[in-house]
Each structure stands twice: as structure tokens, then as C-alpha cells.
Design a protein around this ligand. Structure first.
Ligand code: C2E
Ligand code: CA
Ligand code: CA
Ligand code: CA
Length: 274
């Protein structure tokens, strides 16, 4: 009977059905992985633009899906967002990042926050709870948020940021320049840092428009005393250019890919031995 049913469906229906099934399967696997804490974190170095010393790390979630292997956060974070799993995922990430941070007392730890977490009025409370539990100084944590949510809910964003800053954590505007970035947001929301998206930095040496936009952005941020990180630095030349334009911090494959905890510790040891 199943075979006959299948034969009756049009290709289109079959494809829709397969999509939905695949999404449900992914959601189920993800729910399981969160429950069993099978998600791990990789840490990408954030380096001082002048000395290239590691001054911080960005925590990036990793998941090896049973039967599939590693799957990109860009594929499963949206599923977590629409299925109500994002809060549990976000909590797990924050908790693991704070635990790892204990062994790196001199580093700043950046953690990505999804709109779905940020939207929750209790978000600041759970951040406070995790920080207390991990006994980590709030100042060492930077929460990275993208501008998509800000545009939808400017007023609530302002309130959430205020509550977070009252805890002592820092808040960074992520992926700046990737979408409808409004420079006006910079001052309005009290961001402690902005991160310039790879889509701008990658063209800095080849495209004069990208370069001009970048220079104008960095100049404005600096006039507001907001430090700037340039993301996606893949060559030495890009790094030099962005440092000259006024970025105080750099991040990208040239300085280090996202690495397991132990690799970061090794690099820190080599750094202090120098
Ligand atoms: P993002 O926050 O902008 O993170 C930077 C992404 O760019 C990371 O991809 C990183 O591996 C990649 N990257 C860094 N340097 C370079 C470079 O030089 N060249 C290139 N081509 N890529 C570079 P990843 O780890 O795949 O994460 C993708 C996105 O998924 C993140 O973008 C972030 O939006 C989201 N994400 C990752 N982890 C988390 C998490 O724990 N929570 C939430 N809510 N989102 C996360
Ligand atoms: Ca980020
Ligand atoms: Ca980013
Ligand atoms: Ca991004």
C-alpha cells in the first residue's frame, strides 16, 4: 500500500514531503544532541591588530550529526531557531564557553547569541545564572548579536542590552556591513565593539568601494570610541590594511581557524614562552 501511495504522488509532492521529513529528522537529532550535550565548541583566536597576540577567542558551536558527520551551524542554527531549541542550545554553548574560559584567565570570550535567545526577557537572568555558576568575571564575556533583530525590535533590543550591560558583560554588534547596517545603531545601543563582516574585509584590497565603506565605518566607530574587530582575515596584507584603517583586533584563517580547546591552550603557552 505504501508503494502505491508513493506512485500516486507527483514529483513536487514527493519533494515537499522529503524536505519536511528531512527537517523533522534533523530537528529530532538536534534535540537529542542538545540533551546529551553532544554539541562541542571550537575556539577561533582574536588577535591584537598590532602584535598579533591572542587576546581572546570566539566560541563557535560544532555538531557531528550521527550518520552524517560534521554539519555547519549555518544549517542547524536556523532549525534550532524555528523549533524552539535555540534557548537550550544557547545555554549549553554559554555554559561550555564559560567553563573553558576558566583555564584562560587572560582571554576575552566571545559567544554568539541568536535573536531567539535575545528576545526572551529572561535572557539576562540566565546569563547571570551561568556566570555565577562558572565563577567567571562578567567583563571577560562578550555577547555577539547581529543586526537583524535590532531592526525588528529597536526598543526591546535597547532594554535587553541595558540589562546585559548591567551584569557587566560586553555586547558586540556582529556581521556589520553584511546587510542593512545602520551606522546610527552604533551609538544608540551602547555597543562595546563592532565586528566588520568578512564580505567587506575580503574585498578591501581589490574593491575601492568596499575600502571606502570600511574606512568610513571604522572612522565613525572610532570617533564614538567603539573598538573594531575585522573578521575573515585570510592574508597578511588584508591584516596590515585593516590595522592601518584603525581596527584594533583581527580574526580570520590567517591568524587561526576555529580550534579545539587544547589547541588554544597550546598556542597560549607558546605565546607566553616567546
Ligand atoms: P559568525 O559569528 O560570523 O562566525 C564567523 C564564521 O566565519 C565562522 O563560521 C568561522 O569559522 C568563519 N570564519 C572565520 N574566519 C574566516 C576566514 O578567514 N575565512 C572564512 N571563509 N571564514 C572564516 P562557522 O563556525 O561555520 O559559523 C557560522 C555562523 O554560525 C556564525 O557566523 C554564527 O552566525 C553562527 N554560529 C556559530 N556558532 C554559534 C553559536 O554557538 N550560537 C549561535 N547562535 N550562532 C552560532
Ligand atoms: Ca560571531
Ligand atoms: Ca561575524
Ligand atoms: Ca556571519
Amino acid at each position: 500500500a505504501k508503494e502505491a501511495g508513493r506512485a500516486r504522488m507527483t514529483c513536487y509532492e514527493t519533494a515537499m514531503d522529503a524536505d519536511r521529513e528531512e527537517r523533522n529528522a534533523l530537528e529530532l537529532d538536534l534535540r537529542n544532541a542538545i540533551e546529551k550535550e553532544e554539541l562541542t565548541l571550537a575556539y577561533q583566536p582574536l588577535v591584537d591588530a598590532k602584535t598579533h597576540e591572542i587576546t581572546g577567542v570566539e566560541a563557535l558551536v560544532r555538531w557531528s550529526r550521527p550518520g552524517y558527520g560534521p554539519i555547519s551551524p549555518e544549517a542547524f542554527i536556523p532549525v534550532a531557531e524555528t523549533s524552539g531549541l535555540i534557548e537550550a542550545l544557547g545555554l549549553l554553548v554559554l555554559r561550555k564557553a564559560c567553563e573553558a574560559a576558566q583555564q584562560w584567565p587572560d582571554l576575552r570570550i566571545a559567544v554568539n547569541v541568536s535573536p531567539g535567545q535575545f528576545r526572551n526577557p529572561a535572557f539576562a537572568d540566565y546569563v547571570r545564572h551561568v556566570l555565577n555558576h562558572a565563577e567567571i568575571e562578567a567583563e571577560r564575556i562578550t555577547l555577539e548579536i547581529t543586526e537583524g533583530y535590532i531592526i525588528q525590535n529597536p526598543e526591546r533590543t535597547r532594554q535587553s542590552i541595558e540589562r546585559l550591560k548591567a551584569l557587566g558583560v560586553k555586547v558586540a554588534l556582529d556581521d556589520f556591513g553584511s546587510g542593512f547596517s545602520s551606522i546610527g545603531y552604533l551609538r544608540q545601543f551602547g555597543f562595546d565593539r563592532i565586528k566588520i563582516d568578512r564580505s567587506l574585509t575580503m574585498d578591501v584590497l581589490t574593491d575601492s568601494r568596499a575600502r571606502e565603506m570600511l574606512q568610513a565605518t571604522v572612522a565613525l566607530a572610532r570617533s564614538l570610541d567603539i573598538p573594531v574587530t575585522a573578521e575573515g582575515i585570510e592574508t597578511e596584507e588584508q591584516g596590515i590594511a585593516l590595522q592601518l584603517f584603525g581596527c584594533d583586533e583581527l580574526q580570520g584563517y590567517f591568524f587561526g581557524k576555529p580550534l579545539p580547546e587544547a589547541e588554544i591552550s597550546k598556542r597560549l603557552k607558546a605565546q607566553t614562552a616567546r
